[in-house]
Write a protein that binds this ligand. Structure first.
Ligand code: FES
Length: 108
């Protein structure tokens, strides 16, 4: 099935989009699929939690997957990090993410 999520891009435009939950996609891949950030500015490491180009701020109160050590380490050295920062590539599109609202962090 599809879920609805709201993504504010880096120029402040908000997009209401639907994302499939049956394709093992993560949030970074959804942003790329909808071309909400220029090619080469997001998903640089391919979703390995090694680049922080997919950093986003989570605006809704969703129960997100617990941060793994690699995500935590990456965010510890990334720029523009806030309390609600997460790496988009570490957030899988599941039905639990219905209604998720995020804002893309600025590119480095
Ligand atoms: Fe590189 Fe998410 S795509 S950390």
């Amino acid at each position: 099935m599809d879920i609805s999520i709201r993504i504010t891009d880096r120029v402040g435009v908000t997009h209401d989009i639907s994302a499939p939950t049956d394709m093992a996609m993560n949030l970074m891949e959804v942003v790329r699929a909808y071309e909400l950030a220029p090619e080469g500015t997001i998903g640089v490491c391919g979703g390995m939690a090694m680049c922080a180009s997919c950093q986003c701020y989570v605006l809704s109160n969703h129960e997100l997957p617990t941060m793994q050590d690699d995500e935590e380490a990456m965010l510890a050295e990334a720029f523009f990090v806030k309390d609600n920062s997460r790496l988009g590539c570490q957030i899988q599109m599941t039905t639990d993410m219905e209604g998720l609202e995020v804002e893309l962090a600025p590119a480095d």
